[in-house]
Design a protein around this ligand. Structure first.
Ligand SMILES: NC(=O)c1ccc[n+]([C@@H]2O[C@H](COP(=O)([O-])OP(=O)(O)OC[C@H]3O[C@@H](n4cnc5c(N)ncnc54)[C@H](OP(=O)(O)O)[C@@H]3O)[C@@H](O)[C@H]2O)c1
Length: 350
C-alpha cells in the first residue's frame, strides 16, 4: 500500500478551503492535511478548525511550516507572483511543492521557476487540473481514428457571473499576473488544447477588457499555428459577456473524421467522434459520456503528485514548470500580438 503523505497548506483561501481540503479528505488513504500557514493568521485558524488541526500546527510564517518534520510536501495556493519565492524556500527546505497555476506572474518569473525546477530532483508541480480531465484520455484514444489532424477550434465562452466568489478577490481585481483572467482561467484551456495537439508556435490575437473588475484584458480571440506541424486552429476564451449559453468545447478536424470534447456541462462532459473521409462516407456520430468526479481533475492530479513524491520521480507529474511555462507564454503572446494589432508573434519557448 502507498504511504499516506502529510500535506502542509500554504495559503488557506477560497480554493484551499472549497476544493483542495475536500479532495484530500476524499482521498484519506493517500493524504492527510497536517499543517497550515496563511498571511492572515485568523483565516488559517478557521481552516485549521475545518481540517481538524491542532493550533500548534498553524504557523506564523512560511519558514515554520517548511521546517515541520511531519510535512511530506507543501501545497501552495497563493497569487502567482509569490510562486517563485515559495518554490525557492521549499527547495531550500528539501520539500516537494505543488504550486497553483498560472506558473508565475511574469515571463521572467516563469523562466526562473523552470530553472529552479531543473536544479532539483524534488517534484515541483504546477497544479493544472485540466491536464487530468477524463475527456483527455478519451480524445487521445480516438485521435488516431480521425486520420491526420488538419485544424482545431477551441472555444470557452460564458456569461458574466456577478456573484463569482473568485471575482471579488483583490489580487484578481488588481492583477500582477500578466493577462489577469486570461492567465488565471485561460491556462486551463491552453493545457487541454496543447496537451492533446501540441504546443503553439505562433499566434495572431486580439484581446480586450470587458469587465471592470477584471483589472485588465479578459477576452481573447485568436488564430494559431502549432509547432513543427501544419496544424492550424482558433482559440477563443472569455467569461465576461452578457447572457449567452456557456460553451466550452475543443473540436479537432482530421482527414478521416472529427472529434469534439464537449465540456460545457462540467459534471457531464462528453466526447463525440464522427468518422468518414467525406460527406458521402460519413458515419453516425458516436457519443462517449465521461465519468468526471466533482473535483474536475484535482483528485487525479493529487494522485499523480502523490506518485511522483513517493517514487521520487518528478517526471510522473504532468504539470511540470516547463509544461506550465508554455501556457503562460501563450497568454504573453496573445497580449503582444494584440498590442501589434493582431500581427503573428512567436510564442516564447524555454
Ligand atoms: N485550479 C483551479 O481551478 C483554481 C481555482 C481557484 C483558484 N486557484 C488558484 O488558487 C490560488 C488561490 O486562489 P483563491 O481563489 O483561493 O484566492 P484567495 O481566496 O484570495 O486566496 C489567496 C491566498 O493567498 C494569500 N495572499 C494574497 N495576497 C498575498 C500576499 N500579498 N502575500 C502573501 N499571501 C497573500 C491570501 O492570504 P490572506 O488571507 O492574507 O489574504 C490567501 O491565503 C491562486 O493561485 C489561484 O490561481 C486555482
Amino acid at each position: 500500500m502507498a504511504p499516506v503523505l502529510n500535506v502542509g497548506i500554504i495559503g488557506t483561501g477560497i480554493f484551499a478551503r472549497d476544493r483542495h481540503l475536500p479532495s484530500y479528505e476524499e482521498m484519506s488513504s493517500d493524504f492527510k492535511v497536517v499543517a497550515a500557514f496563511n498571511r492572515t493568521k485568523s483565516k488559517a485558524l478557521d481552516f485549521g478548525k475545518r481540517a481538524g488541526l491542532p493550533e500548534e500546527k498553524i504557523y506564523d510564517d512560511i519558514d515554520g511550516i517548511l521546517a515541520d518534520k511531519d510535512v511530506s510536501y507543501v501545497d501552495a495556493l497563493v497569487p502567482a507572483q509569490f510562486n517563485v519565492l515559495t518554490a525557492e524556500k521549499a527547495i531550500a527546505a528539501g520539500k516537494p511543492i505543488l504550486l497553483e497555476k498560472p506558473i508565475a506572474a511574469t515571463m521572467q518569473q516563469a523562466r526562473e521557476l523552470v530553472k529552479l525546477s531543473d536544479s532539483t530532483d524534488l517534484p515541483i508541480g504546477i497544479a493544472e487540473n485540466w491536464l487530468y480531465l477524463g475527456a483527455i484520455d478519451v480524445v487521445q484514444k480516438h485521435l488516431p481514428e480521425i486520420g491526420a489532424v488538419i485544424a482545431f477550434t477551441h472555444n470557452s465562452t460564458g456569461p458574466f457571473l456577478t456573484k463569482n466568489k473568485y471575482l471579488s478577490t483583490s489580487w484578481r481585481q488588481n492583477p500582477e499576473h500578466i493577462g489577469g483572467f486570461l492567465s488565471d482561467g485561460g491556462v486551463h484551456q491552453l493545457a487541454l488544447v496543447t496537451h492533446l495537439l501540441g504546443e503553439f508556435d505562433t499566434v495572431s490575437a486580439l484581446t480586450k477588457q470587458v469587465r471592470k473588475e477584471s483589472g485588465t484584458d479578459d477576452i481573447v480571440f485568436s488564430t494559431v499555428k502549432l509547432v513543427d506541424s501544419d496544424v492550424i486552429g482558433t482559440f477563443t476564451y472569455g467569461s465576461s459577456f452578457g447572457a449567452t449559453e456557456k460553451s466550452v468545447f475543443l473540436k479537432i478536424y482530421g482527414t478521416k473524421g472529427s472529434i469534439e470534447a464537449q465540456l460545457s456541462d462540467k459534471r457531464n462532459p462528453v466526447v463525440k467522434v464522427q468518422l468518414g473521409d467525406s460527406a458521402e462516407t460519413s458515419e453516425k456520430e458516436v457519443i462517449y459520456p465521461i465519468k468526471e468526479d466533482g473535483s474536475f481533475g484535482v483528485n487525479a492530479e493529487f494522485k499523480s503528485f502523490h506518485e511522483a513524491v513517493v517514487k521520487g520521480d518528478k517526471s510522473l507529474y504532468k504539470g511540470t514548470p516547463r509544461v506550465a511555462f508554455h501556457h503562460l507564454a501563450c497568454v504573453a503572446a496573445f497580449l503582444e500580438s494584440s498590442a501589434k494589432n493582431g500581427d503573428h508573434v512567436k510564442v516564447e519557448r524555454v
